[in-house]
Design a binder for this molecule. Structure first.
Ligand SMILES: *Cc1c(COP(=O)(O)O)cnc(C)c1O
Length: 380
C-alpha cells in the first residue's frame, strides 16, 4: 500500500505555472508578480511551490511569518521576501539578519528596524502599508505622505515599496473605487514631494479580476495563483478567470459499502435518517484531514464519476456518502472531495459554498496528515 492511499492532495505544477503566466499576461510587461505563499502556500506545500515559482515568473514572495520566510530561503536565496503582516518586536532582528522586507505602519515600527539595521551594519529595504479602507494595518492614507517621508529619512532603511489592500474588490465597486482614489491621491502627493518608490501595489486576486486599473508596477495575487477565482458578485473586468485552473485536488478512498433500510440513522448525532432503502459508502477522509465538519449533510463527493451527497455528520477520519443507484462501487475505489473524476468536477469554491466557508479556508484547512503529491513539474 502506498502511504498516500487514504487521503491525499494532488498538486498540478503545470497548472500553477500556467496560472502565473496568465496573471503575467493580464498585467503586462513591466509589472512584477509577488506570489502570496503564506499558510503553506495556501495548503499546497510552501517549499515545493516556492521552488517551482522561483523559476517560473515570480519576482517576489509574500509571507505571514519568519518560519515561512525561512522556508523560501531554504529553497533559494535570490528572491525578495515581503512580510505581509506587522513584525512583532522579537522578530525585528531576525528579519533584518535574514533579509526579509518588513511591512511598516508607523514611524515607531520603522525606528526598531532602523536601529536593528544600524546595529547589523546593513541597509534594510522596507515597504509602507497604507490603510485606504481595510482597517487592519497601515497608515491612514491622508497622513501617509508625512509618515513615509519620516520613514525614508531614518538611517539604515531604504524605501522599497508603498502598498494598500482592498477590503471588498469582489463585491463592492463603489468602496473599491474610493480605496483606489485615496491611494492614487497619496501617490500623486508623493510624486509632488519627489519621493521615489520602486514598488507600488494594491492588486490582490479579486482586484486583478474586477478592477480595470491594477497595473501600478507590482501585483499581489494569492488565490488566483492556485487557480481559484474568489467568489463575488461584481462582473469581471477581464478574461483572467477563464485562463486559470485549479492546482489542487483532494482525494480519498471508499473503505466500506453497505445497504441500509428506511428508518436507519447515520453517524454522530443521528442527523440523517434514511427515508427509504439506500446504499451508503464510507470514505477515508474527515475533519482530521481538513474536510470540514460543516460539509455534513450538505456537500457532494465524486464516486464512480457521479456526484454523491454527504449523509450524516462528517467525523474525524471518515465520511459517509449516498451511493444509491451506483452498482459498481467497491472498497478501494477513489473518491474525489475536490477535483475531477470522469466528466464531473467539484471545485474548492463549491465546497466552500456548501460549508458556509470561503475557498481560502478550505485550502488552508487541509491538514498535516494529508500528503501532497506533486505532478507535472513544469519547465523552469
Ligand atoms: C493574503 C494577502 C494577499 C493575497 O490575497 P488573495 O485574495 O488570496 O489574492 C494579498 N495581499 C495581502 C496583504 C495579503 O495579506
Amino acid at each position: 500500500m502506498k502511504a498516500h492511499s487514504r487521503c491525499w492532495a494532488e498538486v498540478d505544477l503545470d497548472a500553477l505555472c500556467q496560472n502565473v503566466s496568465a496573471i503575467r499576461q493580464r498585467v503586462g510587461a513591466g509589472v512584477r508578480v509577488l506570489a502570496v505563499v503564506k499558510a503553506d502556500a495556501y495548503g499546497h506545500g510552501l517549499r515545493q511551490i516556492a521552488a517551482h515559482l522561483m523559476g517560473n515568473g515570480t519576482d517576489v514572495f509574500g509571507v505571514a511569518n519568519m518560519v515561512e520566510a525561512r522556508a523560501i530561503r531554504s529553497v533559494g536565496n535570490g528572491s525578495p521576501v515581503l512580510m505581509l503582516g506587522a513584525c512583532l518586536p522579537e522578530e525585528v532582528e531576525d528579519a533584518v539578519h535574514e533579509g526579509v522586507m518588513p511591512t511598516l505602519s508607523s514611524v515607531d515600527e520603522a525606528r526598531w528596524f532602523s536601529m536593528a539595521a544600524e546595529k547589523a551594519g546593513v541597509t534594510v529595504p522596507v515597504q509602507v502599508k497604507v490603510d485606504t479602507g481595510m482597517g487592519r494595518l497601515g497608515v491612514v492614507a491622508e497622513e501617509a505622505a508625512v509618515v513615509i517621508c519620516d520613514i525614508a529619512r531614518l538611517p539604515g532603511l531604504r524605501l522599497e515599496g508603498v502598498y494598500t489592500h482592498y477590503a471588498a474588490a469582489e463585491e463592492d465597486e463603489a468602496f473599491s473605487a474610493r480605496q483606489w482614489r485615496r491611494f492614487k491621491g497619496l501617490l500623486t502627493e508623493l510624486a509632488r514631494l519627489g519621493v521615489v518608490v520602486p514598488s507600488v501595489h494594491a492588486g490582490n486576486s479579486a482586484a486583478l479580476l474586477h478592477e480595470s486599473e491594477v497595473g501600478l508596477n507590482l501585483v499581489r495575487p494569492g488565490l488566483l495563483v492556485y487557480g481559484i477565482v474568489p467568489p463575488g458578485s461584481r462582473p469581471m473586468a477581464c478574461e483572467l478567470a477563464g485562463r486559470v485552473r485549479p492546482v489542487l485536488s483532494l482525494k480519498c478512498r471508499v473503505s466500506f459499502v453497505k445497504g441500509i433500510s428506511a428508518g436507519d440513522s447515520l453517524s454522530y448525532g443521528r442527523t440523517f435518517v434514511a427515508e427509504k432503502a439506500m446504499r451508503v459508502a464510507t470514505v477515508t477522509a474527515g475533519y482530521g484531514d481538513g474536510y470540514p465538519r460543516a460539509a455534513s449533510n450538505r456537500a457532494q463527493v465524486l464516486v464512480g464519476g457521479r456526484r454523491c451527497r454527504v449523509v450524516g455528520r462528517v467525523t474525524m477520519d471518515q465520511t459517509l456518502v449516498d451511493v444509491t443507484g451506483l452498482d459498481q462501487v467497491r472498497t478501494g475505489d477513489e473518491a474525489v472531495l475536490v477535483g475531477r473524476q470522469g466528466e464531473e468536477r467539484v471545485t474548492v469554491s463549491e465546497l466552500a459554498g456548501w460549508c458556509g466557508m470561503v475557498p481560502w479556508e478550505i485550502l488552508t484547512g487541509i491538514s498535516y496528515r494529508v500528503p501532497r503529491i506533486y505532478q507535472n513539474g513544469c519547465a523552469a
